[in-house]
Ligand binder design. Sequence first.
Ligand code: BGC
Length: 811
Amino acid sequence: MKFGYFDDQNREYVIQTPQTPFPWINYLGNKDFFGLISNTAGGYNFYKDARLRRLTRFRYNNVPVDDGGRYYYIKDGNTVWNPGYKPCKTELDDYECRHGLGYTRITSAKNGVSASLLAFIPLDYNGEINHLTLKNTSMETKHIQLFSLREWCLWDASDDMLNFQRNFSTGQVEVKDSVIYHKTEYRERRNHYAFFSVNAKIDGFDSQLEDFMGMYNGFDAPQAVLAGQATNSVADGWQPCASHQINVTLLPDEEKSFIFVLGYVEVPVEDKWESPHVINKKPALQMIDQFSTDGQVERAFVTLASYWERLLRLYRVEIDDEKTARMVNIWNPYQCMVTFNMSRSASYFESGVGRGLGFRDSSQDLLGFVHQIPERARERILDIASTQFRDGGCYHQYQPLTKKGNNDIGGGFNDDPLWLIAGTAAYIKETGDFSILNEKTPYDSNPKDTGTLLEHLTASFNHVVENKGPHGLPLIGRADWNDCLNLNCHSTEPGQSFQTYGTADGRVAESVLIAGMFVAIGPELVELYRRKGLDSKAREAREEIEKMRKTVLEHGYDGEWFLRAYDAFGEKIGSKECEEGKIFIESQGYCVMAGIGVEDGRALKALNSVRDILECDHGIVIQQPAYQTYHSNLGECSSYPPGYKENAGIFCHNNPWIMIAETKIGRGDRAFDLYRKICPAYREDISDLHRMEPYVYSQMIAGKDAGRMGEAKNSWLTGTAAWNFVAISQAILGIKPEYDGLRVDPCIPSLWGEYKVTRVFREAIYEIHVTNPDNVQKGVRSVTVDGKPIEGNVLPVLEAGTKHIVEVIMG
Ligand code: BGC
């Protein structure tokens, strides 16, 4: 069952009912100022950091889940309704929500009035525009009252939820003309405030939530709205909010529009005040001035659209498969941008207060994002590197606002360092910018202690070399990519964090995944050394990688598949000898991606085992058999009920590792089949089961042991976005950036006859037409560039600004 449809022409997903199986959301904003918006106009805003600079509230654990947001109430006689259906849930005569790239437009109608609410954040603007248009479609004159509502968060979203004894006394606002300013804590240490404005004369306002709402009413029945009259309350402690009242008269056919701006302002300390106790409003008024007419809004909206148009032109496929095309050309790169911006901080599953940017998460996000805005990828790489320690270890997470490592979680996740090498290599391949390697970057955010990025990468590599266990495999530390495989934790008391409790430096538990990553990612560093003329370093590193490859074959292979790990007692995990958790997905993916066992059939066997044991209709589960009981030697993964999350859920993040691994051994049919299974556009038809947005990937789909098999959770912020983009664009469609050019090496279903990819690479345009006359899955017979045959299948770097026609014949 579907709840909407894809409008590919307009690059929108069109939701046709407000009652989706879960709030289906979108993201607004691209750089510093962001908003989350659901299909019923729920959601919140923040500046840079969802925890430390939260502008508006989200109420966690709410009933229903998505209450609070950018609400507009229309009181038309005795009927009160909202353009986004919620919170009044008055039945609408018409409803449609279009989530587009960086904007959402909800249109609806009730009793002869139609409303269109367009929400977006203009480029380089720290504010959200809500362009609300009301039209009288009836034959009579309408006298309606319009009320807006935003609820202020007292900046620190965590404190805002917890510290009421303080919060209820600190809230402060100012109201002037049609603008409500939120200035809590501005009188002391903050030099920022927020505002909510409208470009119309108002007939009343409220800024104290209780006065607007009434002590015993909810969002669906605010007292002021029911009474048709705002109370002009000025918040003094308690819960500050911002609500405008505008009385609107509409003649038949008449249309009126309003521009609401929710903005964020920083003021230099010396200019904080306009007069004693009165905030300096100049910067806010300037922002408001930028969007006081419909024309200004329309222009900014067009600019936003052309921005996306330009980004999406960088990789475009034309293929006789509309679902793949819409994912590759629109939604997958869009999700990559969002995950790059948010990391795992703010979604309808990530509270925005728990995690900042993750070292491994952000490094992997780069893989899918780097072609879009390489300058920002560059900055991100250097930010991530500066949270690394001299010994190559690193903070697991850091706060986007301060860019400093997060002490609560600390470090000791031994896969983290390697991802930095992977992210940097992807950046250099995309851009050819080797200069990044010479950038001096702090260790542990200490500007006095720096090393070049290349030194950081060396430290990453050596961190593995210097931290091996009894079998010569890498020590796992607190966990590797699977944050819930906590082999040094052994927790038996509830409340102990699986990630931070226990022996951080366990010298026994080893990870075959990290070993596979080392063999797959290490050669990138070898190549960088070589290109820098550091031949002896390159040789030494190559030897270490070779040693690890042998170790994996000797101690990390279990007959039919790769082992997953050794626990702190030296016992095998992910082995046929285990009763549960006999086989895990991660090491099969990474070891085969590293090429381990490809020549002698061990890789093939491993992938067949994945197919036979781990795969189901909805994708590949993380391990089998699921753990039925809690095992303290394994940690959090066994704490989940069977079939969910890291206990045999379908973790979409590492399904693409298997897709890519399949392309390593030439099985394009298998790779694409796996791609389809978790691909949101392909799952759209089962939206009632899947439940999450059909336009973006979710982190997890419940696996075959779960009571709710096939149901997804944790949509949007997941490395799945980046890895699926890599799998489809580079491994399957086969257009892969390399240091000296673009490799064309498709591995596709044998039935595909042809497709075309237009790829902008180092500013030259390559129009690559692939044909498959013999219906093979892999192999390139010939390549011509502008009609001339070339040796091999790496397209040379061509002059920026030029366009070239490439013909690739498979066979
Ligand atoms: C985390 C990742 C982790 C994955 C698997 C995600 O929620 O963001 O860092 O690798 O789960 O445990």
